[in-house]
Design a protein around this ligand. Structure first.
Ligand code: M6R
Length: 361
């Protein structure tokens, strides 16, 4: 049941401290600065030359997030929309690791991409929530995100658990390939250990709800970010369109002036996800948007909060490492979408025209 919550989505949003604890349980040795994934014996990934993530929807955004982390470690990585990958497969061989990210393990596009990758001779690894799902039968290896069952059509706790699990996997791959733990590994793993408590702080903060109350019913909603925060921006927009039926789009902050800025009016609130180390450029983008009259909402850590004080709304998240900050920003955006959809009277757990799992392309 819904344990007293009006919707499964709100229940699942509130379960995230616990689901993340399950995802991370026994896998993080913060003191030693080591990731412990017994699924993969030492050296499992030492021959990997490139990583291709294949996934759809929210899982694709988790793959994008992971690809930017691996790229930062110097490992060539890219996230493909699985449907596109299956139609137009990129070069892959035995030193390519193809990671299929799928909550259900049943998404047809993703299963097809895995088949294409296998026939090219690539190694395949499933990152999924469902034990015994089709993707686990199609892939060489598997890593379970352990988020627990998700009933709402909108993916929430499975996204944060995917990102957490992929962060661990990324550290492991980088460690195997380079032979050493990454420079930031200790800080990152300490931040991941704090994540369940940090998510609880976000859940106890009422700002997302106030923003939804102030801004629901506008013409459109835009979301921008750079690097991993670009994936968070895309995910913020997907959640908003899916459950509120409002027009919502995510853009790379760098793309704004190359077209999307023409859409900006006083009736199009724009959310900036500022979770990187240096966000000077995104802050400037937000000032330009504000000068066109659009309400600007910044989701960020205390590190950037004073530089962002010009914004109409600042939604704060606890101070942490950038890789973990994206997860916290995502939880705030889940809450904004949830409350906006609720104020609009939408059937939040079963949005029109959508199914929890897309088994036909
Ligand atoms: O089960 P999967 O993770 O493979 O599903 C992929 C997408 O269909 C899914 O994430 C979809 O975009 C969600 N409804 C988003 O909330």
């Amino acid at each position: 049941g819904k344990s007293g919550y009006p919707h499964y989505m709100l229940k699942e949003i509130n379960e995230q401290p616990e689901s993340l604890r399950q995802t991370l349980h026994g896998r993080v040795d913060a003191l030693a600065g080591k990731v412990d994934l017994p699924e993969f014996p030492p050296g499992t990934f030492e021959d990997v030359e490139q990583v291709q993530f294949v996934a759809m929807g929210t899982s694709h955004h988790a793959g994008m997030y992971a690809a930017s982390m691996l790229t930062a470690h110097g490992i060539p990585a890219h996230a493909y929309m699985a449907g596109e990958y299956a139609d137009c497969p990129p070069p892959a061989d035995g030193r390519t690791l193809v990671v299929a990210v799928t909550q259900s393990g049943e998404t047809a596009d993703t299963l097809n991409a895995v088949r294409r990758a296998r026939s090219a001779g690539a190694r395949t690894l499933a990152v999924t929530n469902v034990v015994g799902s089709s993707v686990t039968r199609e892939c060489d290896d598997e890593l379970f995100i352990r988020a627990g069952p998700e009933i709402g059509v909108a993916a929430t706790k499975t996204f944060t658990s995917q990102v957490a699990a992929l962060t661990l996997l990324g550290e492991r791959i980088a460690g195997d390939v380079t032979g050493v733990a990454s420079a930031g590994a200790r800080d990152l793993l300490a931040a991941l250990s704090e994540l369940p408590g940090d998510v609880q702080q976000v859940l106890d903060d009422g700002t997302a709800r106030e923003v939804a109350e102030a801004l629901y019913g506008c013409d459109a909603y835009f979301f921008i970010g750079r690097g991993p925060a670009y994936a968070v921006a895309l995910e913020g927009a997907l959640k908003m369109k899916e459950i509120s039926y409002e027009h919502a789009e995510g853009f790379a902050a760098s793309e704004l002036k190359h077209g999307p800025l023409a859409l900006v009016t006083p009736e199009t609130p724009l959310f900036g996800v500022l979770t990187g180390k240096d966000e000077t450029k995104t802050l400037n983008n937000l000032k330009e948007v504000q000068a066109r009259g659009a309400p600007v909402i910044v989701v960020t850590t205390p590190r950037h909060a004073s530089a962002a004080s010009f914004a109409d709304y600042v939604i704060e998240i606890p101070e942490t490492e950038p890789e973990a900050a994206g997860i916290l920003a995502n939880v705030q955006l889940q809450l904004v979408s949830y409350y906006a959809a609720d104020l609009l009277g939408r059937p939040i757990d079963k949005p029109r025209n959508l199914a929890k799992s897309v088994t036909v392309e």
